[in-house]
Design a protein around this ligand. Sequence first.
Ligand code: GLU
Length: 326
Amino acid sequence: MTSLSFRRNWVAAVLVALAPTVALAQAYPAKPIRLIVPFAPGGTTDIVARVVGDRLGRELGQPVIIENRAGGGGTVGADAVAKAASDGYTLGMATVSTMATNPATNPRMPYDSQKDLVPVLNLVNVPNVMTVNPTKVPVTTMKDAIALFKKSPGKFSYASSGSGGISHLDGEAFKVMTGTFIVHIPYRGSGPALNDTIAGQVDAQFDNLPSSLPHIRAGKLRALAVMADKRVESLPDVPTFAEVGLADVNNMAWYGIVGPAGMSRDIVQRVHAASVRTLADPEIRKRLLDGGSYVDGGTPEQFVQKIAREIQLRRDIVRKQKIVLE
Ligand code: GLU
């Protein structure tokens, strides 16, 4: 064999070996994609996933099937994403809780949110809100609510979407700042938490706006203040936390898409491009905004940086306010 024909044969052999990989990447996605929502139905994670998921599936040419895997304040579902095959057929909804507040507060995390998951993009930023059951807490202002809670420490309770999550952190920050004691009741997501707050099993709730908004509009819950830089369009009469003198609980939640670490750059880019096209659709944007979410977007790299910043921010909040999560 001449050295030239040897080289040709060698090149051909390499091409044959690579062919299935190339074909696989080109064919992606060739079957439905699972999008894990690490909280119960009816919460903001679920709402955002369902608004975006259907259209994302059409952009990718394969259905996006939503699977709710609640538990452990979101860590069970996020861990399932981290441990799934990195072939692009399992994606997960990433939330401020699964990516930042849990890692910042739980020393025994089953996964590392910065190493075991690969960020695709942040979809939306979302204000948080404190509500009360209007019958159980018959007040219309934050000032009166605080006075009522102070009169009877331990008598009132608040619901969160899970221990170590954003709504738990908000509730405990509120208690530290106001010198009140209200009992924390964790749920497997805002959906079941809302059911109990509306029914009056629990007196108050810290939540992300999109899941609470329809119930506030229907008068079943009363919003006392929102956590956002300025008042939100959907609740123009509700003051911000800063306006009622509680500036330090001024923070937003966010919801994005991640995959298991090891997911190829090519798949990340395909899902990213399809997500960007989804978010550019005026109808999707309107549904998100009307529902209380602000569209974000951005690159995978920007999402990596946001996650790092947010972990640090939540660590600082816990340390500065001396929050003890119970
Ligand atoms: N409240 C959200 C839900 O139940 C989860 C908390 C979060 O990470 O924002 O879907």
